[in-house]
Design a protein around this ligand. Structure first.
Ligand SMILES: [Zn+2]
Length: 265
């Protein structure tokens, strides 16, 4: 996988015959004490207990097999003033919204699904005839009434399903009940687009046991994170993460009892 070009809000990579473009949706300030398992009696962390940090938000566009698949969509106008920049990122990268042919969602939280509908209630990706969401989360998706214009395009996805040739869904449950990662293969190259496996890279690679207040099933989230870390480090498969530091793509190495992450920029 190689960086081809980048701008302020996007970074484009080659992956075999495919193109992968990281798109920034902006960032959200989050409370440090959303992280559970951090020892706030430790002098390194004690001062941070009441601090906030910037959580970056990315979506990823994959061009492969003649299609353009958007994995996650940012938050449009549904979350913060500092998020909802996906459309600007696409414009900067030269990608028309109507070029997106398929959408696949990692999970139904605010910062992943709301970009499907623009702030003016228009459908953001009018030619995306299929929106893949884990069957476990269709009810959660349909609870988001501002997304009603796209309800008819909703399609179920389960572990092992092929979205299109070269992209396979992998169950990654824990952060949410249907949290799903997408394994991309082109020629002899691979990439794991893993959604919300990590929220605080500077802590969770070294300490995978640290969880996030918004993990629906914290034990499962922890186990899934450890399983994914172990596999991608062993197989040296690069990863793309929604909340890794922009552009959110890189690789893992074993370091002591945890891992380290090297961004591909
Ligand atoms: Zn998220």
């Amino acid at each position: 996988m190689k960086l081809v070009r980048r701008g302020e809000l996007f970074a484009e990579y080659s992956l075999g015959d495919a193109i992968v473009i990281a798109l920034s949706d902006g960032y959200a300030m989050m409370r440090f004490n959303c992280l559970i398992g951090v020892d706030f009696s430790n002098p390194d962390f004690a001062p941070k207990v009441n601090e906030e940090f910037a959580l970056p938000v990315q979506a990823f566009l994959v061009k492969t097999s003649g299609q353009s698949i958007l994995i996650d969509t940012g938050s449009s106008s549904a979350w913060r003033d500092t998020t909802g920049r996906l459309y600007d990122a696409m414009a900067e990268a030269g990608i028309a919204r109507d070029a997106v042919t398929t959408v696949a969602i990692t999970h139904t939280h605010v910062d992943h699904i709301n970009g499907l509908v623009m702030p003016n209630d228009e459908i953001a990706f009018p030619n995306a005839s299929q929106i893949f969401v884990s069957s476990n989360e269709h009810a959660l998706f349909k609870a988001e009434s501002r997304l009603s214009p796209v309800f008819a395009a909703l399609r179920p996805v389960q572990d092992g399903d092929t979205i299109i040739d070269g992209i396979t869904a992998m169950a990654a449950h824990g952060h949410e009940i249907g949290h799903t990662a997408y394994w991309v293969t082109s020629k002899n190259e691979q990439l794991l687009i893993w959604g919300d496996i990590v929220h605080k890279p500077d802590l969770q690679f070294e300490h995978p046991e640290i969880v996030w207040e918004f993990d629906t099933d914290r034990d499962a989230a922890r186990q899934t994170r450890k399983r994914f870390f172990e596999r991608v480090a062993r197989e040296q498969v690069p990863v793309a993460g929604a909340h890794l530091d922009f552009p959110g793509i890189g690789s893992l190495q074993v370091k002591g009892t945890g891992y380290s992450f090297k961004s591909l920029i």
